[in-house]
Design a protein around this ligand. Structure first.
Ligand SMILES: Nc1nc2c(ncn2[C@@H]2O[C@H](COP(=O)(O)OP(=O)(O)OP(=O)(O)O)[C@@H](O)[C@H]2O)c(=O)[nH]1
Ligand SMILES: [Mg+2]
Length: 370
């Protein structure tokens, strides 16, 4: 079998976590699998660092959505199939992305028909996104641990992403009551009445074997595309979002420190400042790894939600390389100022020096980016 699949879904819905769980499960159950983390931004993004640190077979395609670099994607797939003996390869796309069905699946079918089979185009969703779709205009969505402050324009993306799927996966099942789960499934059915839906928890592993079997045994049906959303509405949604990525190295002047506490405090500082500025973040990721491989991963999925320590390092360290990535609903210059100031403030509190290796930030609609 030489199979490829794309996993789409909104920022923070659990694409990376689900691909990690699937890759790991498949590799332990008779199918050689690999995942590709794809995002805008320079090489060495948090998702790839995290999946590699966790020991999952993973690669990275950064700088451009796989939608627009078909030849590079095909080259990468060939290497994984031919040199590494992979049978099922999965890649995500940036979490605000729509259109990969057309740009990846249709192009692979038309230009590279004998390259590989295409598994169902899989869309991950979860309670926070579905609550955003459910809320009445003007009344914020209640999600686990807080209300969404995301702009209403995000609904164009959330709805279109669902419509693009051959398969919809309701993730984070461990967080819902039976009543909530039923409400989310009903909403999905009302938007996509004919699309199969599986429920999983990428964190507990519930439903992962069933999802893996489904992907192995089914192929895409090339769903018809009619989002019912105008170009202007997509532009309005993208216009609300900005990206900030940086990598820096931090070192304590004396004593040692907890990477888990440091990254959590940094996430809290950014959260407070974003909230004060009237902004929200669907996903802020912080990753730090000690020289011996021990790592800390902290996530924030909204200004009104609890900070998540996704993986605790546990011990202490004297220095730490840090990767910080976010796509936030904020002005790009304000976002940069907020994060830069937070890094300096919190590092100062811990007595840490900061050496920035690289930093980039831009609005998704900014013109002139090469
Ligand atoms: N409780 C719970 N948390 C989950 C589950 N799946 C993912 N998460 C958490 O949700 C957060 C975001 O998950 P990611 O996998 O990074 O989300 P993503 O879709 O890759 O996000 P982007 O890369 O920003 O588009 C992390 O803190 C995960 O640990 C789940 O099944 N249950
Ligand atoms: Mg991800």
């Amino acid at each position: 079998m030489r199979k490829f699949m794309v996993m789409s879904g909104f920022l923070g819905s659990g694409k990376t976590t689900t691909m990690m769980a699937l890759t790991d499960y498949l590799n332990h159950n008779g199918c050689s699998a690999a995942m590709i983390s794809n995002d805008l931004g320079r090489k060495g993004l948090a998702d790839h660092c995290y999946s590699r640190a966790a020991g999952v077979v993973s690669e990275e395609i950064s700088g451009e959505c796989i939608c627009f670099i078909t030849e590079d994607l095909v080259e990468r797939l060939r290497r994984l199939y031919n040199d590494k003996g992979c049978e099922l390869i999965m890649s995500d796309i940036p979490g605000f992305g729509v259109g990969a069905l057309e740009h990846v699946y249709y192009k692979l079918r038309d230009l590279y028909p004998d390259e590989c089979e295409l598994a169902p185009f899989t869309v991950i969703t979860e309670g926070a996104s579905l609550s955003k779709l459910m809320e009445d205009s003007g009344s914020p969505a209640a999600v686990e641990g807080g209300e969404s402050a995301l702009p209403d324009e995000m609904r164009y993306l959330l709805r279109s992403q669902l419509l693009e799927g051959d398969l919809i996966v309701l993730n984070k099942a461990d967080l819902y009551t039976e009543e909530e789960k039923a409400k989310y499934l009903e909403l999905i059915r009302s938007i996509c009445p004919d699309t199969p839906v599986l429920t999983v928890s990428a964190v507990t592993g519930e439903g992962i074997p069933e999802l893996a079997d489904y992907l192995r045994s089914h192929v895409t049906e090339y769903p018809e595309l009619d989002f019912g959303v105008t170009e202007e509405q997509f532009e309005a949604a993208f216009g609300k979002l900005s990206m900030y990525n940086c990598q820096y190295y931090t070192r304590v002047c004396c004593d040692d420190f907890s990477a888990d506490d440091y990254l959590t405090d940094l996430a809290a500082e950014i959260q407070d400042k974003l909230r004060e500025g009237g902004y929200d973040t669907p996903h802020l990721k912080l990753f730090g790894q000690r020289e011996d491989g021990a790592y800390s991963k902290v996530d924030l999925l909204g200004v009104n939600r609890e900070i998540i320590i996704t993986h605790a390092m546990g011990g202490r360290c004297i220095d730490l390389p840090v990767v910080l990535n976010t796509t936030s609903a904020a002005d790009p210059i304000d976002l940069t100022n907020i994060i830069d100031a937070s890094i300096l403030d919190v590092s100062g509190r811990y007595g840490l020096s900061v050496t920035v290796f690289y930093k980039e930030s831009f609005g998704l609609n900014d013109e002139g980016r090469l």
